[in-house]
Design a protein around this ligand. Structure first.
Ligand code: FAD
Length: 280
């Protein structure tokens, strides 16, 4: 039961999921060079960045001179060599002055690995205030095969999808039942009728029910990170040993980064290659 690679919305798709899918379609159209779909429902966008190679050089030069460069176009070999020298010799702090904000829609098991990167900030979709995203990760044929050997069969995939669907159905059915009980309790005057604001009964029901959602469920985050930490992420998560799914996001992020910062990207690649990176 191989599902097509872009069949993201299950028949049970809720409003939050449809809203996200529509938002992704808009972002892809508006920002085509810095957006990318990943997997069956995943997405990554470089929404904003602050600073550039000139920021790094100007920051570093506070210790030697106050000679500023306006931008990368004004770079001579001196600036290019300094950029390389700083990075190659672990003069790290100037590289912390350039920041990136990424929007990432990924399965929770990918985000769990991502969040191990502690130097950076995360903001995540709330399963307390919102219904979980009803799309879940579906491995395609390539993801289910190692060296030509199928490690998850079609039959197992079909069972996996049934299990995921049933967990979502459990969530939706249970939440609807709780809401019906709450409405009856309000009607009977057993709980206060709440006008507007957060409903603590519903929020608690969502808090408990989200525990049944599997790590294959997609979530939606912002990741704000400086270049030094981003380089570490690329180094670790673009390696062949990194899990395929997070590597796909890291590769997509890397392509966008390189498009926006070709000189910094080339300098990073040179330094990583000299340090023995195998994945360039
Ligand atoms: C292929 C692969 C397999 C992995 N397998 C596992 C696993 O099985 N189990 C597991 O738990 N993790 C695993 N990890 C996660 C890994 O151990 C790191 O937690 C993760 O890659 C984040 O890297 P980092 O600590 O360099 O990044 P960040 O947390 O972003 O830190 C960046 C840098 O800041 C410095 N730093 C940050 N915090 C501290 C601190 N508290 N003390 C001192 N220096 C600090 C370090 O120099 C660090 O490199 C795996 C990672 C990869 C790539």
């Amino acid at each position: 039961m191989e599902r097509p690679a872009r069949d993201p919305l299950p028949t049970t798709a809720d409003d939050a999921t449809r809203e996200i899918e529509a938002d992704v379609a808009t972002r892809l159209a508006e920002n085509p060079d810095f957006t990318c779909r990943v997997g069956n429902f995943g997405f990554i966008e470089l929404e904003e960045s602050w600073g550039d190679e000139a920021t790094i050089i100007n920051t570093a030069r506070v210790s030697t001179s106050n000679q500023r460069v306006a931008d990368v176009a004004a770079f001579t070999d001196r600036e290019r060599q300094l950029l390389y020298h700083l990075l190659a010799h672990n003069h790290g702090t100037p590289f912390e002055t350039v920041h990136f904000r990424w929007r990432v829609i990924a399965p929770i098991f990918v985000l769990r690995q991502w969040m191990r990167h502690r130097i950076g900030s995360f903001n995540e979709f709330s399963q307390r205030y919102r219904q979980p995203i009803s799309a879940y990760f579906i491995p395609d044929r390539e993801a289910r095969t190692v060296g030509g050997v199928e490690v998850m069969s079609e039959a197992q995939l079909a069972e996996y999808c049934r299990l995921m669907d049933s967990l979502q159905q459990f969530y939706e059915r249970s939440y609807a039942e709780t809401c019906a009980r709450l409405a009856a309790a309000e009607e009977g005057g057993l709980v206060p009728r709440l006008a507007g604001g957060r409903n603590p009964y519903r929020a608690r029901a969502r808090e408990l029910l989200r525990n049944a959602m599997p790590v294959a469920t997609y979530s939606d985050i912002y990741w704000t990170v400086n270049f030094r930490s981003l380089m570490n992420f690329f180094d670790l998560r673009r390696k062949p040993e990194a899990q395929t799914e997070i590597r796909q996001y890291a590769d997509a992020a890397y392509a966008m980064f390189l498009r926006r910062f070709p000189l910094l990207g080339a300098t990073m690649n040179r330094v990583l290659a000299e340090k023995g990176g195998e994945h360039r």
